[in-house]
Ligand binder design. Sequence first.
Ligand SMILES: Nc1ncnc2c1ncn2[C@@H]1O[C@H](COP(=O)(O)OP(=O)(O)OP(=O)(O)O)[C@@H](O)[C@H]1O
Length: 281
Amino acid sequence: MTLSLSLQVRGLDHAYGPTTVLQHIDLDVPAGRIVALVGPSGCGKTTLLHLCAGLLAPQQGRIARPAGPSAIMFQQPRLVPWMATLDNIALGLKAQGMARAQRHRLAREVALALGLPEASLAQYPAELSGGMQSRAALARALVLQPALLLMDEPFSALDVGLRGQLHQLLLARQAQSGMAVLLITHDLMEAVRLADEVLVLAATPGRIVARYQPPGQARARGEALVHRCAAELLQQPEVRAAFGLPEQEAPDSATAPPAMEGAGLWLPAAHCPASRAGHGC
Ligand SMILES: Nc1ncnc2c1ncn2[C@@H]1O[C@H](COP(=O)(O)OP(=O)(O)OP(=O)(O)O)[C@@H](O)[C@H]1O
């Protein structure tokens, strides 16, 4: 099956002054897929997301974005404090010039689908819980029906239950809409739980050192499979080195566990040329 490409990055380098923070980044996020970018603090994840969003200009290399609208979701909800929740959610539609009644109708629809109570829509952000603010931020992004959704650790400040709920809501919406999602996370388990492809970024300079495709559809992945896949990924020397973990000792063949069933497809980045990335390499 040929997947139409939504986001394509080729040969991207970026430096802040004399310091190179991203080197030779190649990635594809096809429509209808979630690609997770995982790596240690400071490896350049946010810089890469900002380049993909057009918030920073590429210094070298090229980025092709989809023709449709893009939306970005940050770690903090970043709601406008003096606007009611409904107006916050409808903000992007207002910027597109949509009439007030229509944008409020669409914003209400998405907000309720994401579990925000009707009463919260007239409240100001300071009156909402942290979880409700995160739902509002997700609603503000989804109401735009983006062809591309860029997410910078949007769930990292949430408790495990709420994070799980928002994961499910994101997957359900994504399955309906066919948008492409680039998700940045520190959390390997979250990456394996949600993504069609996990890219591991190492630091200094930031570069992709491993590409991993967890098996099956994200919505069908159970916890046990997610744990097994994350463990498999963490056995790879490139991934361990990226996260500063010590090398693993060679397994004792007498006591080594059997090969993991249902595990995903892993390749070090060097064995996965850009031309094949995202296409079942
Ligand atoms: N505007 C800037 N000017 C100079 N250096 C910067 C700037 N923004 C980021 N950096 C540096 O670039 C490197 C990558 O930063 P970036 O925020 O992209 O990493 P990250 O992987 O998102 O980190 P974290 O996971 O901690 O958020 C870091 O060393 C950071 O200090």
